[in-house]
Design a protein around this ligand. Sequence first.
Ligand SMILES: Nc1ncnc2c1ncn2[C@@H]1O[C@H](COP(=O)(O)OP(=O)(O)OP(=O)(O)O)[C@@H](O)[C@H]1O
Ligand SMILES: [Mg+2]
Length: 282
Amino acid sequence: MTDIPTTNPTPPILSTVGIGMRFGGLTALDDVSLDVPAASIVGLVGPNGAGKSTLFNVMSGYLRPTSGTVLIDGVEQTRRSTPQHRAHMGIARTFQHPELFSDLTIREHVTIARRMRLTPRRLWSDVLTGAGLRRNTQPDDEVTEQLLVDLSLSEDADRIATGLPLGVARRVEVARALATDPRVVLLDEPSSGLDEGETAELSEVLVSARERHSVALVLVEHDVDLVLGMSDTVYVLDFGKLIARGAPEMVRSDPAVRAAYLGDDPVAGTAHPAPEPAGTSR
Ligand SMILES: Nc1ncnc2c1ncn2[C@@H]1O[C@H](COP(=O)(O)OP(=O)(O)OP(=O)(O)O)[C@@H](O)[C@H]1O
Ligand SMILES: [Mg+2]
């Protein structure tokens, strides 16, 4: 693997070390190590089926890896951690295919995500003692309303999720991930289904979330220019293996990356466009 060290002295919040993931005879991930330093933007790119969503599932506790470890703040979480536990430790995510509750409005999605950041014990004690009814929810409501504004969702806030256009559903997913006060957000193709203007708006919101709340972002995208433009460090996966890691411009010019992912044309010396998203797995 081409490994071009970047100069980020901050210790990582989230790390994977030597992750392997097999599905029957298929090796989806092979010895994948990745660091997410605080308040950084980490890009993760690779062709269809390279293992990007699988790595997100491992990092967010939806899948137990076949080998390797997941660390949060340097402490191993690999086997004892559920998605809920990871969320309470500050790891939020969005899905490649948005998963919204059909009967809830957009505002309700964000409000519930905001409440979910409380520990389960606190949620239960609120329910059992009625404290949840007496508690002043105004500060939380203000955060929710600001997120709805930030993600251009205010006008649609009372619409139920059924039948929402994909671009709107993606923004709801991002709003509810940010509502949990995360330290890291894993974003699986957040711009897919968004038009150019919506994509520009979304990247502005993400960059400002990083600046205002020191949130680290891990960005999986087929829009390579978007990833290279936003990221501090980029990792490139190919057939489950990391083939490069480094600063965006170094990665862009790496011969292995150009050959494997950008489809370097040896005759014309130009890169083909990145493949369209086609995966059906989460
Ligand atoms: N639950 C599963 N069971 C079996 N195979 C799986 C499962 N999830 C993923 N795979 C396989 O693992 C490989 C990596 O899939 P993954 O969805 O992680 O790729 P990806 O990089 O996210 O691709 P895309 O860009 O299309 O979203 C693929 O060959 C896929 O078919
Ligand atoms: Mg995927």
